[in-house]
Design a protein around this ligand. Sequence first.
Ligand SMILES: C[S@@+](CC[C@H](N)C(=O)[O-])C[C@H]1O[C@@H](n2cnc3c(N)ncnc32)[C@H](O)[C@@H]1O
Length: 325
Amino acid sequence: MPNNLTFIDFCSGIGAGRLGLQNLGLNCLAFSEIDKNAEETYRKFFGAEEQNFGDLMKINTKELPNFDMMIAGFPCQSFSINGQRKGMKDERGQIIYGLIKIMKDKNLKYFILENVKGLVNHEGGESLRIILDELDKAGYKVFYKVLNSLNYGVPQMRERIYFVGVRKNLVKKNKEFFWPEPIKTPNIKTYLMDKEKLEFDKDHKSYNTFIKYLNNKYNKNKHEIEKILEKDGVVIDTRQSDLRLYDGCVPTLRTGRHGIMYVRDNKFRKLSGFESLLLQGFPQEIAKKAKGQIIDSHLLSQAGNAMTVSTIQSVGQSLLNFISN
Ligand SMILES: C[S@@+](CC[C@H](N)C(=O)[O-])C[C@H]1O[C@@H](n2cnc3c(N)ncnc32)[C@H](O)[C@@H]1O
């Protein structure tokens, strides 16, 4: 198993992808991230000494060390159904070209890329077609699939498209690529376990707004507060005029939406930044390094942007299986 591979973590965010690959024994040489807040959290997790190459569009590739593999969850706004759907014409859509330039300049062997599911149908599938075309022209055999993190080790519904690339001259004849098999979703109660006092009750400024919301014309008679409070562990998401309850999992964590709540001991609680890291597969001992050090709203946003550690680990394992003898 070629697990002495080196990689660089592009569009690193807080390094969930890095952690997934490190769990497989791969060695991270550096990262590239332009968001200072994400970098601060990244350094809490991985250390102050790590080298950040900054804006990947401006990297002089001669300055990069040699490495085998790229991981990049390239920005999703331009492709996301939540964004403006400008796609390849939006400047952020062009990040893929910056990544491909690095692949070519460094003659990289492998990559794992991640994006939102909305990329599949964006502009009638044109954006995806362009990306696949460009990666093919760059010399890579590419496998892609939408996977849900719920099936890969965390109780979070999170559908993302994953691309696994292998330089064509390294692809063995007649070798098949297998995506990871789904595994049983773990129990959510071990994730919603923050001990801090995060109860959401009358003492909370926005509590009355929430109660009014429960009684507005859309939700009236649909939900009774007492009934909801009896369901220990139920997750509550409020979206525009809609209120949804989830049993056994949380909906997709998103960078701009922090309103997820759940019930514990007959009380409403707000999902904390620490819990959102756990729901992205960060182990407690690593998530604790940010807890109380980075403000919660930043952690919630950063977790919403992140990959899922365990999903990347599973996808990385599929790649390792494919390239092993
Ligand atoms: C969808 S997030 C990916 C987060 C990451 N995969 C994680 O697990 O936390 C995209 C990240 O790309 C970063 N980014 C955007 N443009 C960039 C650029 N030109 N160079 C480096 N990073 C960039 C953003 O700041 C953001 O943190």
